[in-house]
Write a protein that binds this ligand. Structure first.
Ligand SMILES: [Cu+2]
Length: 704
């Protein structure tokens, strides 16, 4: 979820992209005594020194520290950029898939960097591609109205502009806040992407929205904002172009500060420990991870964070491809409050803020299990002399117990296997929420994606101290004893009263996964599976019993599909050119877990948020088409022509190189228990081999 990012000290998300070299931290712990007391004395083991583990170069390797220095020099020597230019969102310009597929170790390959260039003096943004081998700028494309996501450079500018606008200071003082000097010294400022705002759609500039936290005495920064006060800052013009200053609901002292004196302690329960925290079944060689039969590459960039490549399964002597690339393509948070002060809250967290840029360190024994290994990628950082830095502990890898893998008992005979999963992921703090993005691999050839949602809900002050709905509900059913349905109205409408005078806003979280499947080869197909009732008629045939109806997809435009629990709907990605002993094609079935429906008004074609209108999409593979919300969703008036909705055209998708996109959502109606700190939520989706193996691949694999 996106929400407020209040700042006195702006968290440098760092930049990402590691290389063939990185730091791996391995925290192995001792175990407790016989009484079960856990001794948390940890042993810090560095597996290699930063920069010491060079692997065989590969075209998908992130930019190295040396390459980033080269990039710095090429940009400087070009003479095209002023000193105040913001070089943002640098990453490897990924080679074309066909080139990567042809690559053989030891041969040379292209190395290109891509980045966005923001020139505030000229009021222009560009997308640049730089050939690092040829040491030249290959292309510099004027982005026109499109704006890259905001970063710390923008926030620093916005802070200065806010501090020098006398109206801001007066507005804060008028509300009883103490502002002896600069506002940012004494009031948390919340810097937000501009969001959805019809009044700003015609403004062609680089805008940022600023809110003001109401509690000056808090340690944390997430008090409800000062209601009625909001500034729109134009970073090109260097001034506040719109200041909303209305009375609003009065601020109050409420127990919101989770870092204050009432800071919660860790739960008293003893932690559940892995049996052997120092032992592992996985290995990491450069950017290649191997665990049991799984093998994949990984990378990390500012926008998407962790990306997996060339995920394959070692099946005997065969190395079988499953995915070419897997990533989170966009994160969207959409709020329900229609009021002027809140209706703009539709935030593209990835395209506007960067999952990798906002990634945070994970500590074994705290955010991740004690047996986790953490990886510190080298990342581009144009604010440093070397154009790079080390982002500490941003990636984690660990194994976890997952219950029984299989279990059968017959009298005294038992066949049993214990499941161990491999988890690789990262955390990103996007305002008031921290998300954990996990790819989970299982021994039986299945894998899943999980997202953890944690943090604080967005709250706002309202005039009423009590819950309007609650008063209505207290009147009970209808007078005749039948059901009576109430609809929330009044100030409670867009949320839940979580504390007197405090409303927690209802919202939706959306995550889109981009999954470039290559099941046993590049050309794949997708079918939808629906269980139908006896007697149902499909294509003139009547189902004699409960039966499966399989719909083979032909064109991308037809695959705008919703989940359906009534028919146990699923989707299978398969290779139509290969058949097993029964004639079945090897495939992977997408099995939805919890999900939700888009509750907001239907977006039009090309709308950046359109990917939430359906759960499953399939498009032809196209180089560079990576983001469900388009490459540049960060501005109210962004002309998005490359969103997923535009990709789903009449192109054929049968027996082609295809990409599956899955939108995973949650409708979050706050509860009082979500305030001031919510318990974690978790969403997931599973991908299960379906005809990929002739039989259970784990049978015979378990300890006897
Ligand atoms: Cu939420």
């Amino acid at each position: 979820m996106r929400c407020m990012k209040f700042d006195l000290r702006c968290v440098p998300g760092g930049s990402m992209i590691f290389v063939q070299r990185y730091c791996i931290r391995d925290l192995a712990a001792g175990r407790g005594n016989a009484a079960g007391t856990f001794i948390a004395a940890a042993l810090l083991v560095w597996l290699g020194v930063c920069g010491a583990r060079a692997a065989t170069p590969h075209p998908l390797d992130p930019l190295t520290a040396e390459e980033l220095i080269t990039l710095r020099d090429i940009l400087a020597e070009s003479g095209q950029f002023s000193t105040n230019t913001n070089f943002a969102w640098t990453q490897l310009a990924e080679p074309q898939k066909s080139a990567v597929m042809r690559f053989t170790p030891g041969t040379s390959f292209a190395r290109e960097a891509s980045l966005d260039v923001i020139d505030y003096a000229k009021g222009k943004t560009f997308h640049a591609v730089v050939d690092l081998n040829a040491r030249r700028i290959v292309s510099l494309v004027d982005l026109g109205d499109r704006q890259p996501g905001i970063n710390d450079h923008d926030i620093g500018m916005a802070r200065s502009i806010i501090n020098t606008d006398p109206r801001i200071r007066q507005a804060l003082i008028k509300r009883g806040l103490s502002v002896p000097g600069r506002p940012s010294d004494v009031v948390y400022l919340g810097y937000m992407p501009i969001g959805r705002d019809p009044s700003l759609e015609q403004t062609r500039s680089r805008l940022i929205r600023v809110l003001f936290a109401s509690d000056q005495n808090a340690v944390g920064d997430s008090s409800p904002p000062v209601d009625g006060l909001m500034a729109i800052v134009d970073l090109y013009q260097g001034r506040v172009i719109k200041l909303s200053d209305t009375p609003g609901a009065p601020s109050r002292n409420i127990p919101h500060d989770v870092f204050g004196p009432s800071r919660p302690d860790e739960p008293a329960a003893r932690p559940v420990l892995p049996a052997n925290p120092e032992s592992r079944n996985f290995s990491i060689d450069g950017a290649v991870v191997e665990w049991r039969n799984w093998r994949f590459r990984y990378s990390f960039n500012l926008r998407e964070g962790l990306v997996l490549y060339q995920v394959g399964y070692n099946d005997g002597a065969r190395s079988r491809p499953v995915l070419y690339r897997a990533s989170v393509s966009e994160v969207l948070t959409n709020y329900a409050d229609p009021g002027e002060f809140w209706s703009w809250m539709r935030i593209f967290d990835e395209g506007s803020l960067g999952l990798g840029y906002q990634a945070v360190a994970a500590q074994p024994g705290r955010e991740v299990p004690l047996n986790a290994l953490t990886i510190s990628p080298i990342v581009p950082d144009p604010t440093t002399p070397r154009f790079s830095g080390i982002a500490r502990d941003r990636i984690y890898v660990y194994e976890r117990d997952d219950g029984n893998l299989f279990y059968h008992q017959d009298g005294a005979r038992v066949v049993h296997g214990r499941a161990t999963d491999l988890v690789i992921g990262f955390f990103a703090t996007l305002g008031n929420y921290t998300y954990g993005f996990n790819w989970v691999f299982k021994a039986d050839g299945s894998f899943s994606f999980e997202v953890e949602l944690a943090g604080q809900i967005v709250t706002k002050f309202v005039r009423s101290p009590t819950c309007n709905d609650c008063a209505a509900l207290a009147s009970g059913p209808s007078a005749d004893g039948k059901n009576h349905t109430y609809i929330a109205d009044g100030s409670d409408g867009p949320g839940t009263m979580v504390y007197p005078n405090v409303l927690g806003l209802t919202h939706q979280h959306w995550f889109n996964l981009r999954l470039d499947f290559d099941v046993d080869g590049t050309e794949n197909a997708v079918m939808e599976n629906n269980v139908i009732r006896p007697g149902s008629r499909v294509n003139g045939k009547q189902a004699p019993s409960i039966a499966m109806a399989h719909t083979v997809f032909g064109m991308a435009s037809e695959v705008r599909r919703h989940m359906n629990e009534a028919s146990a709907r699923s989707w299978t990605i398969y290779n139509p050119r290969v058949h097993d002993q029964t004639g079945r094609a090897p495939g992977y079935t997408l099995v939805p877990m919890e999900n939700t429906e888009d509750m907001f008004s239907s977006p039009g074609e090309g709308d950046a948020s359109g990917f939430t209108s359906h759960h499953v999409w399939v498009t032809p593979y196209r180089d560079g088409a990576l983001y469900a919300g388009g490459a540049y969703p960060n501005q109210a008036g962004a002309k998005v022509t490359d969103a997923l909705t535009s990709m789903a055209d009449d192109s054929p998708i049968y027996d082609r190189d295809i990409v599956v996109w899955y939108s995973l959502g949650s409708t979050h109606v706050p509860r009082p228990e979500d305030f001031p700190l919510m318990s974690n939520m978790k969403l997931s989706v599973a991908f299960r081999p379906d005809g990929f193996f002739p039989t259970n691949p784990t049978f015979g694999d378990a300890p006897k």
